[in-house]
Design a protein around this ligand. Structure first.
Ligand SMILES: [Zn+2]
Ligand SMILES: [Zn+2]
Length: 317
């Protein structure tokens, strides 16, 4: 082996070992929020109660039924026809398992920890809404939470440190309802921090009814379905599968960032409404910066999942 070959090998090994500091910083921030939540809940003796309430909201039978019903619709009216066991579906099913085991408790604790931190260090944001009627306050809070989620999604695309985690969600080339669960667990931290601000500001003492959270999650899940549905006139206000699919195209990620409502995209000049009958465009990331199951030799799904989760921590060349 020549000296230059040895040097090239050493450089390649060094590159593999180079780590991304910003990703570790986000992991550290997440760990801090979780620690605050667990310490607080243990002190109150409510850890198990809160975790099961979170499970009831985020894994509600209504959501499971919606995923199954959407899966059946995808077989009947697919935007893109492909086998049930297409690689993308199998990989996203692994992400669904990760979501059920890890992400649901993580999300529950993130919302508790974010509320505890914001409530203790920024109590001044609480508004005097004690006498406001529920019919006004609850929808207002949910709309404000949706705005916060839009802002977090905008930040995911604008800031490199956040994009590293969000890229995995966009790497899917075979979009289906299961892609809603294809997300790096550390992608959720900014969203929960931002979405908790309107909750603490508007409803500091009253909890939002769990059923409303479940409805919100259901609408947010349907958007990845492999369907051409535009929702007709309702699709001007609610994010439809065809609308969100445009956000997953390799060249139009700057548009259609809405999570449930389209109004934030309209206000930001970033809404692109699909027309009925439009062909389903390609999805995924050009150049495949994240390892994907559609690669030539992707390896076993679980090993690939581990590689996809580790990817944001490696420095990109
Ligand atoms: Zn995105
Ligand atoms: Zn998406």
């Amino acid at each position: 082996m020549t000296i230059s070959q040895v040097q090239a090998r050493a450089r390649a090994a060094e590159d593999r070992l180079r780590l991304c500091a910003s990703s570790f910083a986000i992991a550290g921030l997440t760990a801090l929020i979780l620690w605050v939540a667990v310490a607080d809940l243990l002190r109150q003796g409510r850890l198990e109660t809160v975790l099961s309430a979170g499970r009831a909201e985020l894994a509600a039978p209504a959501l499971v039924a919606l995923v199954v019903a959407t899966g059946i619709c995808e077989r009947i009216w697919p935007a893109e026809r492909r086998p049930v066991l297409a690689r993308g579906h199998v990989q996203d099913a692994c992400f669904l398992a990760l979501h059920a085991i890890v992400v649901i408790p993580l999300m529950t604790l993130l919302s508790v920890g974010a509320a505890t931190l914001i409530g203790s260090y920024a109590r001044w944001i609480e508004l005097p809404t004690g006498r406001w009627p529920g019919w006004l306050l609850v929808p207002l809070t949910i709309v404000a939470m949706d705005a916060a989620n839009w802002l977090a999604h905008y930040a995911d695309h604008r800031l490199g440190a956040l994009w590293r985690f969000h890229a995995l969600h966009h790497s899917q080339e075979e979009l289906s309802v299961l892609t809603s669960f294809r997300a790096h667990p550390l992608m959720h931290t900014t969203g929960f921090l931002l979405a908790t601000i309107p909750v603490v500001a508007l409803m500091p003492t009253r909890p939002i009814a769990p059923v409303l959270i479940t409805i919100y999650v259901c609408i947010g899940t349907l958007q990845h379905a492999n369907l051409r549905w535009t929702f007709g006139p309702v699709g001007r206000v609610l994010v439809s599968p065809a609308y969100h699919r445009l956000h997953h195209a390799p060249d139009t990620q700057r548009v259609n960032l809405g999570v449930v409502l389209t109004i934030w995209d309209v206000l930001a000049g970033r809404a692109r409404f699909p027309a009925r009958g439009d062909a389903a465009g390609r999805t995924g990331l050009d150049g495949r910066p994240v390892p994907v199951e559609q690669d030539e030799a992707p390896g076993p799904a679980v090993l690939l999942l581990a590689g996809q989760l580790a990817e944001p921590f490696r420095a990109r060349g």
